[in-house]
Design a protein around this ligand. Structure first.
Ligand SMILES: *Cc1c(COP(=O)(O)O)cnc(C)c1O
Ligand code: SF4
Length: 369
């Protein structure tokens, strides 16, 4: 297998057998006529799965319920536009060995499984998911690669959802990461605390507790997802000493309004003790165009967060560029250089302020050089 193809065989539709279609067996669900038509068709291309706890959060009287939109397939998933990509952020472009992506020098992504507890309709890796589970041999190859790369300080377990793995696998992964002397943090990207919070058991926490820093990065998209159960799961993870962060995907019709984002960010911090880390612009994945907002609208939303909610609650709005070029902050920007040492600044309320730099003698001397 060519190196750059390390993950992509997983993305080949014909080899990707969709996960069991949990919804097909539930004729009792009050799906709309459109949803009932879409379900079997979408299931032929993409896996569908919703844990019972998360399903129970749906208010079926609301056709635009945010959890319904994130989980129940719509026919628009089968509408693919020119320019959309099977691998929108270029995971494959930087994959030297299977199950590992090394794009930034000091951190790597590891893919211990490509299965999830829920299959999010907006997922940016939706074409990679469903087929491949845990495979010890490939993990060993990935760990060998990391041990040969002393510049790697952080190992990020992603997928798929690593926390659906049995505790024994998690224990193995954590211990294997700990054994590599130059790795200083284990980071876990997961939706489990949002969609099956009961999975966050004392045994799971024990498996993850490490002698190095552990960070759990959750994926809450809407305040409705914050419940007693998800709060308890986050509380337990925090009590274990893990650093809790959250990434949100900006989704049209789900969370692309100021009230929702303000409430989400505040509840994450004040109720869950989770720091909003990134808000992702929806990637150019095929089959998610109905979720995509305009960048301009995302920037306008961010302008209404900065200064209006606590800085602790403020995420960075990022775009992951196609082709593996990496993440960049989209802004909004607040400064423009007028001349050497003079900046035109914009306040959070939209006023313009000119800022002139005043430097000490040593700094002035270095500017002159
Ligand atoms: C997003 C990403 C990371 C993590 O980036 P951070 O900015 O540290 O959160 C690491 N590797 C790859 C390939 C990524 O796409
Ligand atoms: S849990 Fe994560 S990887 Fe799995 S479908 Fe949702 S967004 Fe994608």
């Amino acid at each position: 297998m060519p190196e750059s193809q390390a993950n992509s065989k997983n993305r080949d539709h014909k080899s990707c057998s969709p996960a069991p279609a949990r919804l097909r067996n539930r004729p009792t669900l009050p799906l709309s006529d459109q949803e009932r038509v879409a379900l079997p068709q979408v299931e032929m291309t993409y896996p569908v799965k919703i844990p019972q706890y998360y399903l129970n959060l749906i208010d079926w009287t609301d056709p635009d319920d945010p959890i319904r939109l994130q989980t129940i397939p719509q026919l628009q998933e089968l509408v693919w536009h020119d320019g959309e990509l099977p691998d929108p952020i270029g995971d494959d472009a930087h994959s030297p060995v299977p199950r590992l992506t090394h794009r930034y020098p000091d951190r790597v992504l590891l893919f211990p499984t490509f299965k999830c507890a829920v299959y999010c309709r907006h997922c940016f890796r939706k074409e990679s998911l469903g087929a491949l589970g845990f495979e010890a041999g490939e993990m060993e190859q990935a760990f060998h690669y990391i041990s040969e790369h002393p510049e790697v300080q952080e190992v990020i377990l992603t997928g798929g959802d690593p926390l659906i793995l049995p505790d024994a696998n998690l224990l193995y992964l954590r211990q294997r990461v700990e054994q590599i002397r130059h790795v200083r943090m284990l980071r876990i990207h997961t939706r489990v605390p949002v969609v099956v919070p009961s999975r966050v058991t004392p045994q799971l926490i024990d498996a993850l507790k490490a002698s190095i820093m552990v960070s759990v990065v959750t994926h809450f998209n809407h305040p409705k997802e914050i419940t007693e159960a998800s709060a308890a799961a986050c509380g337990a993870l925090r009590a274990a000493g893990f650093m809790l962060l959250n990434q949100t995907v900006l989704l049209r019709g789900v969370n692309d309004n100021v009230q929702t984002l303000q409430t989400l960010c505040r509840e994450l911090v004040y109720r869950l003790g989770v720091k909003p880390y990134y808000i992702h612009h929806c990637d150019l994945t095929r089959g998610v165009s109905h979720f995509r907002t305009r960048v301009e609208d995302g920037l306008a939303l961010m302008r209404q967060l900065r200064g209006f909610i606590s800085g602790v609650a403020l995420p960075t709005y990022v775009l992951d560029l196609p082709g593996g070029k990496g993440k960049i902050p989209l802004g909004p920007g607040y400064v423009q250089q007028l001349s050497d040492g003079t900046w035109l600044c914009r306040t959070v309320r939209g006023e313009s302020v000119t800022y002139r730099e005043i430097l000490g003698e040593a700094a002035m001397a270095s500017v002159a050089r």
